[in-house]
Design a protein around this ligand. Sequence first.
Ligand code: C2E
Ligand code: MG
Ligand code: MG
Length: 567
Amino acid sequence: MIKQRLRILLIEENALDARIAEDFLQEEAPGSYVIQRAASMSDAIVALAERPFDAALLDLTLPDSDGERTVGRIRNVDSNLPIVVLSHHDSERLTTQSLRAGAQEYLIKEHIDGRLLRRAIQYALERKRIERRIEYILSYDDLTKIWNRRTFYERAKTAIAQAKRYHRVAALLLMDLDQFKAANDLLGQAGGDELLRMVARRLTGTVRETDTLARAGGDEFAIFLTEVKKADDVSLFVRRVAASFQKPFVFEGREIFVTASFGSSLHPEDGDNVDALLKNAELAMASAKRAGRNIHHFHSPILNAKEEKRSKMLVALRRALQNSQFRLCYQPLIDIKTSKIIGSEALLRWDHPVWGLVPPDEFVPLAEDLGLIVPIGQWVLVEACRQAQRWEDALGRHLGISVNISALQLNHQDLPEIISKVLEETKLDPKMLELELTESSFVQDEDAALDMIARIRKMGISIAIDDFGTGYSSLRYLNKLPVDKLKIDRSFISDLGTDPDRGTMVEAIIAMARSLRLGVIAEGVETSEQREILMSLGCTVMQGFYFSPAISALEMDRLLEEDRNWD
Ligand code: C2E
Ligand code: MG
Ligand code: MG
C-alpha cells in the first residue's frame, strides 16, 4: 500500500526553529511528509493559494502578523486547514485564544520532539475532521443536504453587509410548496421526504453559485439572491423556478405536479437586516397564499400600509353607523331647458373623527365586502327621502332625489318592501325617487336583477344606469333592460371636445337612448364647452362641477332659495 505523504506548510520566520521542526518530523517518520516553509504571513497566503496542504505548523510571531490573530488570518484563507500552533510562550491565555481562533493544537516549542509533533499533527487532522462533521450537521439540512435555516441566516447576514458596502440591491425570496400536506398524504412520509429532496435538487440547478439556497423548514425554502438589479430580476428568477416545476416529479412511475407560492423582499427598500427582510418576505408570502397560491408577491411597503389602513377601516366602519358618522351630500341636477335645479344626487360621506371625510370610493367597496352596505344603504335611502320631502315641505320645491344602490342591496329580496316602508314613513312621492344602479348589478344574476327592477318600477320609482358606457354589457343589453335613464359616465364627458372618438361615443349613447325612449343625464360636466356640445347633441339634464360640487343639505337650501338661472 502506498502511504499518502502529508503536505505540511511550516509557517516560521526563524530559520533555525524551522529547521528543528522539519528534522524532527523527517526523523520520526521518514518519507511521510512533504514540508514547505513560509517565512511570513504573506508568503503563507501565497503558498496556500498555489496548492492545498493537509496541515499547517504555525508560529504566531511573524514579521507581518502576531498573536492569535495569526491563526484567524490563516483560517480566513483556508478554513479547512488543520493548524498546529508552535510557540515559545507557555501561556494559558494564548493557548485558549488560539484554539478559539480555530487552531486544533497548541505546542510549546521547548517541549516538542518528533513523536509529540507527529501525534499533534495526527490529532489536528482528526479534530478538524470531527469539527467539519459537526459544522456540517449544524449547517446543512439533513434531509435535502442543502443549507439549513441557521446557515441561511448567517450567510444572508454576510451578503447584506456586502450589499450595503457596495450599495447593491439584494433579494430575499421564500418559496412554499402548495398543498404539500396533500402530497404527503398521497405519497406517505417517505414519499414526501423524497419529494422535498427532488425539489431541492431542482432548485439547486436553478440558483447561481453566489446565491444561497436553504431549506427554511417543512416545505419552505429560502433563497438569498445577490445579483439583483431590480424587482424584475426576482420575477425572472421565480419564473425560472416555476418553469423547472413544469416537468412532473416522478415517484415509482407516478407523476406528481408541484406548484409553489413565493414571497420576496428587497434590500434596502424593505429592510436592511435579515430579520426585517424575512418578516416582510413572510408577509408577502402570506398575501400570495391568500391570493390563491402558485403566485409571487413582492413585499411592498405601500401595499402594507394600505392593508394596515384597510384593516383599521374595517374595524371603524363597523361602528360608523351606530356612531352616526355618515352624512349625505347632494349634487344638483340641472335642466338646461329651464335653467333650474330639478333634483339632486345623494352622495355618501363618512365623517371619521381622525381621518376626516373619507371618500366613498375608499370605503364603499369595503362596506360591500363586509355586507355592511345593506344597512348603510338603507340609512342612505331613509335620509335622502326624508331630505327630499323636507325641501318639499319647507321650500315648496318638488325635487327629484337620486340614490346609489349597490349590487349587493339589489340581491336582497326584501329591498322593495324596505323602499315602500321608507316612502310611507317619509311621505315622499315615489315619482321623485330614482335609484342609480351600475351595470355590474346585472352581471351576476341577470334574471333576478331584472325581476327586482320590475318590482321596484311598479311602485313608480325610476331606475337609472350609472356610469353608463364603462361596463361590458352596455349597448348590447340596453334594449332588454327595463330602465328609465342612462347616466353617461363622466370619463366620456371629460373627453368631449378633445377626443373626437369619445365624442362619437357620447353621440351614439344619446342617439340610442332616444330611440329606446330613455332619459339621459350627463355627469361630470366641468366646462362650458362640454355643456354646449351636450346641449347640441340633445342632452339637457346635467350634473357636474361646472354647476356645483356635492354640497351639504344646508348649502343646497341656500341655492334653492336663490333660485337663480343656471346657464
Ligand atoms: P357616482 O354615483 O358616479 O357619483 C358621481 C361622482 O362623481 C361623485 O363622487 C361626484 O362627486 C363626482 N363628480 C360629480 N361631478 C363631477 C365633475 O364635474 N368632475 C369630477 N371629476 N367628478 C365629479 P363621489 O361622491 O366621490 O362618489 C363616488 C362614488 O361612490 C359614486 O359614483 C358612487 O358609485 C359611490 N357612492 C356614493 N354614495 C353612495 C351611496 O350612498 N351608496 C352606494 N352604494 N354608493 C355610493
Ligand atoms: Mg351615482
Ligand atoms: Mg356615476
